[in-house]
Write a protein that binds this ligand. Structure first.
Ligand code: FRU
Length: 489
């Protein structure tokens, strides 16, 4: 099917019952449906939105185009969970129905105020000449999960000096005020973040731009997020237009952060260190964080990227969200760990260990297509060692430590159906290790790898055949010891 402007901007109710039935059957028959990730029932999922904890439950919304695996008219879809593991599909939360969101209810965030969950988001509109005009909008959810929009946007004008790429409000509260940052593009086509202030969430004062040291860093910053952790400020955002540099910035768009002194809300100055990518894998974008009732800063990202075709497209759906991660700070860098609740998924446990000497080894029953694997390598004098997983005679995804280069590499060149080939099939990062700990969450069509307790994370979609289930351990030119535990889900 060819996706025209008309078909991308069709509304859900314009699709007949039989069209939806056919699409749903196609999606359900897809060999790459995930088993423990949030994924759309049909169509395309992108950014996580409105991630929050309200009345004893986590709420997580996402950008959704229901009618096919393309970016079209975006809705907010609502999921909720008591434990961050078992998610319930609630249904559509925000429908792009009003004049201020005629071309999509775009990304935004949530905050509780006066007993209700306030959802601030961008209404995207286009005029007849396809010129964009963004609005910042407010919808309010009550305890019964009913959502009501305000009749008009809370911000209708883009301030002078910025283009219509002005979106993705993230709100937080400090003392008696609410603050909101928005991802923006300056008139000279460089990206930045601007700040607004309010005492009631409906009337907003434009405060100006955050003063970072990244004056000329890409042409647009999407999905900004600001929070404080251990007395330091952390600005997360997704810049577009950054060129690849060695092992960095190799995906079409990036997601990362800068850490520094707490943001000065008066002067808007933010003194910070260098920009780090949040994730070193192939498929990660537009993350959002929240502070939960236990005081944890949690992050969820979109396990996908814009403008890249995925093998699931032909099955009528695209993308999923990452697992929730808990953030902490160490030496000015964000550490990401899978939330401990994920242990609820664990069923059978199998342990293996051994010494590998210039060989590839595997174990009976130590295989699968969806599991958690924790693997530690030590006493290494090998030039290379690592694991192959989702492997068979002709497919494998390889995670390899190269001791000579001091690099950990994820190679998906033989992972099955190809994705984003033009951006390469290897991602790698430098890291000195005595002991390498790899903590993997493997699902039917993805892997999330937490390295050395979250110092680095590699998040990737992979599209192997169903029978590619082997797990192998290998070393080259030397010996390494290992122990591994696999939890089946
Ligand atoms: C990021 C993004 C946001 C926008 C949304 C639209 O992926 O482009 O900037 O609000 O997706 O779906």
């Amino acid at each position: 099917m060819e996706w025209t402007k008309e078909s991308r901007y069709r509304r859900l109710e314009q699709a007949s019952k039989s069209e939806m039935h056919e699409l749903t059957s196609k999606v359900n028959a897809s060999q790459w449906r995930q088993t423990f990730h949030i994924q759309p029932t049909t169509g395309l999922l992108n950014d996580p939105n409105g991630f929050s904890f309200y009345h004893g439950e986590y709420h997580l919304f996402y950008q959704w185009f229901p009618l096919g695996p393309v970016h079209g008219l975006k809705y907010w879809y609502h999921t909720k969970s008591k434990d961050l593991v078992n998610w319930e599909n609630v249904g559509i939360a925000i429908e792009p129905r009003e004049y201020f969101e005629s071309h999509g209810s775009y990304s935004g965030s949530a905050i509780e105020y006066e007993g209700k969950l306030h959802l601030l988001y961008t209404g995207n509109t286009r005029d007849q000449n396809w010129n964009r005009k963004p609005y910042q909008c407010l919808a309010i959810m009550d305890e019964s999960l009913k959502i009501k929009k305000l009749d008009d946007p809370v911000i209708s004008k883009v301030p002078a000096g910025y283009t219509d790429h002005f979106r993705d409000p993230k709100v937080w509260k400090e003392e008696d005020n609410f603050y909101m940052i928005i991802g923006a593009q300056r008139s000279d086509e460089t990206g930045c973040v601007v700040l607004y202030k309010s005492d009631n969430l409906t009337e907003w004062e434009f405060e100006g731009e955050l003063k970072t040291g990244l004056e000329d860093f890409g042409y647009m910053w999407e999905c900004p997020d600001y929070f404080e952790l251990n007395g330091l400020g952390c600005l997360v955002f997704s810049p577009q237009g950054i060129s690849p540099q060695d092992d960095f910035f190799n995906n079409i768009y990036q997601s990362g952060y800068i850490v520094g002194e707490e943001l000065n809300l008066e002067t808007k100055e933010f003194e910070h260190g260098e920009f780090y990518e949040l994730d070193r894998g192939f498929d990660f974008y537009a993350p959002q964080t929240m502070l939960d009732g236990k005081g944890r800063r949690l992050l969820v990202g979109w396990m996908g990227l814009p403008e890249i075709d995925y093998p699931t497209d032909s099955d009528g759906w695209a993308h999923c969200l990452t697992l929730p991660r808990e953030l902490s700070l160490k030496d000015g860098k964000l550490i990401q760990q899978p939330v401990e609740e994920l242990q609820l998924l664990r069923k059978d446990e199998l342990r293996v260990n051994g010494t590998i000497e210039n060989q590839v080894i595997s174990f009976d029953d130590f295989s699968g297509d969806s599991y958690e694997l924790i693997c530690e390598f030590y006493a290494n004098d090998a030039e290379e060692f690592g694991i192959e997983f989702r492997a068979s005679d002709d497919e494998k995804t390889v995670l390899k430590y190269d001791s000579l280069k001091g690099k950990l590499m994820l190679d998906r060149s033989l992972s099955g159906e190809e994705v984003g080939k033009e951006y390469g099939a290897i991602r790698q990062c430098s890291m000195a290790v005595d002991k390498l700990k790899l903590h993997l969450f493997v699902d039917i069509s993805s892997v999330e790898i937490f390295v050395n307790d979250g110092q680095e994370v590699f998040t990737s979609r992979i599209f192997p055949k169903a029978n590619s289930r082997d797990i192998r351990f290998f070393s080259k030119h030397g010996t390494v010891k290992f122990q591994a535990t696999k939890f089946d889900f």
